[in-house]
Design a protein around this ligand. Structure first.
Ligand code: AMP
Length: 114
């Protein structure tokens, strides 16, 4: 099954892509929760963190590396930002194509709602 994020990676549906290389694609979240809200996804379909294999270690590292590059590019590196990955039901995952949220541009408050 092709995910909506795979369709974005392949250019089949529109998105505001801010970065793409052979491993990952990054685009702005359609419902931003902060002034900067970017999703960084592997170009290959990996549904959840639970599905990562040792062969995916490089692509998983590239998610983090891309977040670092984009935080600088977006001008939020010095003030800081949050990186988040939701997994399955308790994590609140909605799209089953692994993605790293990069959030910033304002103080983000406590990590979880109290
Ligand atoms: P999660 O709850 O971690 O699975 O987050 C899924 C995220 O994908 C949400 O923040 C959505 O707003 C975002 N999203 C869903 N569809 C699209 C889309 N077509 N383009 C950009 N972001 C999307």
């Amino acid at each position: 099954m092709t995910t909506i994020f795979s369709k974005i990676v392949q250019g089949e549906i529109p998105a505001e892509i801010v970065y793409q290389d052979e491993w990952v694609t990054a685009f702005r979240d359609i419902h931003p929760q902060a002034p900067v809200h970017i999703l960084i996804v592997p170009n290959i379909e990996i549904p959840t963190v639970n599905d990562l294999t040792e062969e995916d270690v490089i692509v998983a590292g590239r998610l983090l590396w891309t977040a670092k590059l984009l935080a600088k590019q977006e001008g939020i590196a010095a003030d800081g930002y949050r990186l988040m990955i939701n997994c399955n039901r308790h994590g609140g995952q909605e799209v089953f194509h692994l993605h790293l949220h990069l959030l910033g541009g304002r103080p983000l408050g406590p990590m979880l709602a109290r």
